[in-house]
Design a protein around this ligand. Sequence first.
Ligand code: SF4
Ligand code: SF4
Length: 445
Amino acid sequence: MTVSEEAFEQFRAGVGMLSEMAPPATERTDEERVRIFKNTVIKKIMPHEAMDLETCVHCGMCAEACHYYVATEDPKYTPIRKLELTRRVYQREVSPNRWLRRLLTRDITAQELEAWQELVYDSCTECGRCSLICPMGIHIAEMVALTREGLANASLAVDEQRAMSHEQGQRGTMFGMGSDSLVQAAQVLKQKGIDVPLDQPQAEILVVTSVIEMTLFTDALEGTAKIMNKLGCSWTVSTCGYEAANFGYMAGYSGYHRAAAMRVIEAAIAVGAKTVIIPECGHSYPALRWDGAAAYGKPLPFEVVAISEFIGREIKAGNLKVNKIPAAGKVTYHDPCKLGRVGGVFDEPREALQALGVDLSEVSPNRAQSYCCGGGAGNFLIRRAAPLRAKVWELKRGQFEDAGADRVVTSCASCRINFMAGAADTHWEKPIESLVALVGANLAD
Ligand code: SF4
Ligand code: SF4
């Protein structure tokens, strides 16, 4: 099942206007920006991150791990370089020998903060591949997130992510759409005979969705509803806490992250859910599964599971039966970074594809070593980063072609958007599909 070219181009056009829609950033002097950035790093840096900054041996191996460096060979995209300002603040303000380091290092400047915006928003997707390759295991993605938070606090978040974060954080809508869009999407599915039980008073499972699934990738929402109904689950979607995407989390606005996470957490608690199912939306998974507890202030009273993880488990347990897809051709599965490398969800999507009887052809590298799609962590929203994404697409397309893929399946809307954009711009005709949509469309009677 694929999305119409027209709908996809409309979506891209809407995203392309985000920077014009962004509210003006708070006016700040250079001194204020520097002070706020420094205070964020000083306050938020964790002991293990400080240790990381002390242990970098400057080997440069992380460069070859990063899709932006590999795709461009530009040394400015070397992962550890993206932490340079955070490292200097740590050295001069936090480290045990800060007095000496103040003599040996320069203070950061507002101009450097502005220059680093491109390095941590446009050319880092917080994919975590560099940490896997780094011999010291340095948590680069985690500290890029800290750097983003410092920039966001200093009113230097990139426009598009600021627009989305403010809208979600202050109005609770996305692209101007709120819970009425969910109700409408459920009505459309009802007309097709697919029930989406909204606002049930009690349910074992709370399913969250996203504005992308309500508007563009409706096949994924449809697939999810069909699967839940086929399994006979006690499930609901809450109009009070249905949005999985968390733009505050991506952009570095901790208050907005908390507000968006709490809507889902409170909705889950209200219905007594034991499980919350996250849709095909990569960053939503860590935003709730691990960082949701930080928002809540204590461990979450439910399990957080990605939809592809859930499907794979149910197929493996024999609870969900699917038909084999006739003449499916060679299928390759792209591991979304947050689900795979971060969450360890590798086998479950492959269980589902094998049950569908496809000829699974892996790209190289795959699983934990898989390269990012190039558009995660909100990068796909950033207009000026389009040329970089196009270069990463060439890298990924080469891998898909080497695998002989007739179709590409993934389980993250950001990955799907990036691949569809790359494919459209380079006239690559192979379908880019959603795992949940594929399973939902091939359920056995
Ligand atoms: S691979 Fe690790 S130790 Fe080597 S330069 Fe990069 S961050 Fe530093
Ligand atoms: S986290 Fe990913 S995108 Fe960011 S620097 Fe590391 S490899 Fe590059």
